[in-house]
Design a protein around this ligand. Structure first.
Ligand code: NAD
Ligand code: TYD
Length: 352
């Protein structure tokens, strides 16, 4: 059976890496990238593969059940990798509604379209849902890790919406037999991340000599994974994962925010040729994020033991590669901060 894979959210940060990997590694697959192109979607993330013969881009909203159902029919979709989401915690605190709409209702719309299109013929089919470690809540500074058995305990509107979508994915398996897999990954970093998230925001602010807003005391801990390693894990799990199972993905790479920020400053200063310490004064402590989860840390032993996945990059190498990428791709960054990238889509799609 020819693989026709619908990847949602492929114009976003992680999605663009997944699309690139599948388009280049599997020339026999047809990769259909469906993305609404919200503020977070950027087709410039996929410039290098946009003309590949096995790639199709469709601008659509995952909430539009009728359109999705039609796409399943038109392209004979037999696999889904679902990444489309509202993904920024700070935005979810300001406007939870769009998170419920996209992350919960949008996921149900996709699940229902898959169920109705596959109509009980589940041979060779898979609905793979990409989720986050944030659904597990917050850890203390006690060395414990999130495992696949950790009870869900989301705190932010973002993580609550992702937890809800995970529950619906399980419900579609348990109720209708839909072949599903869920993975929960830790914080990603790397090229093409929208500059509202910590690492690209801070790299860009250092470049412009702008303050670096550190929430609270900077003591919260996140577990960072290079985005290409996440895409590699998704590839492996899509092909070898067990139906109805869930896997944690992470690099055993915990960093206190303030320590990570110091590494970023040091690396940017070094690559810009600035003397050590030039940008240290930009650190600015600001009011903490409401409900700020203290610590995330993922135990990905199951993925290693069952499927043999391990991160390929050490953090020091990954962060230097990432800083270098943002400094070398200033036009990409400037197009986003100026809003130029959105005008391009508006013109491109105005008459559609
Ligand atoms: P992102 O915000 O960079 O990209 C999201 C993409 O989804 C954008 O291209 C956007 O246009 C698209 N989108 C949003 N609403 C849509 C809709 N209604 N219909 C169609 N497309 C829509 O997000 P990301 O950081 O790449 O995250 C991708 C997925 O991975 C999300 O599901 C997120 O929860 C999950 N995740 C992210 C991280 C992380 O560190 N970034 C970690 C673990 C899991
Ligand atoms: P972020 O990149 O938003 O990811 P998440 O909230 O999903 O973990 O933030 C990473 C950490 O950095 C988080 O603890 C919040 C903190 N942070 C700041 O201190 N300042 C900032 O400007 C941002 C965006 C985040």
């Amino acid at each position: 059976m020819k693989r026709n894979i619908l990847i949602t959210g492929g114009a976003g940060f992680i999605g663009s890496h997944v699309v690139r990997l599948f388009v280049t590694k599997y020339p026999d697959y047809h990769i259909i990238n469906l993305d609404k192109l919200t503020y977070a979607g950027n087709l410039a993330n996929l410039k290098d593969i946009e003309n590949a013969p096995n790639y199709t881009f469709i601008r659509e909203d995952i909430c539009n059940y009728d359109a999705i159902k039609e796409i399943f029919k038109q392209y004979d979709i037999n696999g889904v990798i679902h990444l489309a989401a509202e993904s920024h915690v700070d935005r979810s605190i300001k406007d939870p509604f769009i998170f419920a709409k996209t992350n919960v209702l949008g996921t149900i719309s996709l699940l229902q379209a898959a169920k109705d299109s596959w109509n009980g013929n589940y041979e060779g089919k898979l609905f793979y849902h990409i989720s986050t470690d944030e659904v597990y809540g917050a850890l203390q500074f006690d060395g414990t890790l999130f495992t696949e058995e950790t009870k869900y305990d989301p705190h932010s509107p973002y993580s609550a919406s992702k937890a809800s979508s995970d529950h619906f994915v399980r419900a579609f398996h348990d109720t209708y037999g839909l072949p599903t897999i869920i993975t929960n990954c830790s914080n990603n970093y790397g090229p093409y991340q929208f500059p509202e998230k910590l690492i690209p925001l801070f790299i860009n602010n250092i470049r412009h000599g702008k303050p670096l807003p550190v929430y609270g005391k900077g003591e919260n801990v996140r577990d960072w994974l290079y985005v290409v390693d996440h895409a590699r894990a998704i590839d492996l799990i899509f092909h070898k994962g067990k139906i109805a199972d869930n896997y944690n993905i992470g690099g055993f790479n915990e960093w206190k925010n303030i320590d990570l920020i110091k590494v970023i400053i040091k690396t940017v200063d070094k690559l810009l040729g600035n003397p050590v310490g030039t940008s240290d004064h930009l650190i600015t402590y600001v009011t903490d994020r409401a409900g700020h989860d203290l610590r995330y840390a993922i135990d990905s032993t199951k993925l290693k033991n069952e499927l043999g996945w391990e991160p390929s990059l050490q953090f020091e190498e990954g962060i230097e590669k990432t800083v270098r990428w943002y400094l070398d791709n200033q036009e990409w960054m400037d197009n986003i901060t100026s809003g130029e990238y959105e005008k391009y889509y508006d013109e491109m799609y105005r008459n559609r």
